[in-house]
Design a protein. Sequence first.
Lengths: 117, 115
Amino acid sequence: EAGVTQFPSHSVIEKGQTVTLRCDPISGHDNLYWYRRVMGKEIKFLLHFVKESKQDESGMPNNRFLAERTGGTYSTLKVQPAELEDSGVYFCASSPTSGWARPYEQYFGPGTRLTVT
Amino acid sequence: SQQGEEDPQALSIQEGENATMNCSYKTSINNLQWYRQNSGRGLVHLILIRSNEREKHSGRLRVTLDTSKKSSSLLITASRAADTASYFCATVSLDSGGGADGLTFGKGTHLIIQP
């Protein structure tokens, strides 16, 4: 079974440009998450999809970030316009549907390293 | 302030020795998970311990959870060079809708196993 995949693995863009990151979760996983780690800081939660719906987007830093999950399959995270402080590694993760009695671990992709110059 | 904070930030030991990492958190949790990240790779889930559990084992890993102190420890026994990685604890809030909410991570402990 294929794991979580992310594309691209590395992106270098100039300040003010637009970048779109893609995440393909494990097939059948309803839950999809985006996280970000900026240099020297902890990994921060950005948002959580359940199928195509945004369950929690409390971690999105501002309105320059837009996440979509059309059809409840893959997801994209667009940054427009990119700023220097957006540089970091963006991780995607997925998990099956779970309940309180059966919490599941999350399966992470390798991440996309975004560098804004 | 951070939800999860690992201690120590870096740890270097000899191969064969045991490695212990600690994690503290601030809010009530549904469960706590430990992840490993090898350089340049994604995070790999190691073990999950629920809030009503106190200890859990998986192979060479032993995790403890003390909800009264809001702390957890990860013990790796008989360390190997391949265990060199960063280790993160992550928590799921008690208020989550069934344990499937976003994780709150600490900064991690960088473990180096010297051959």
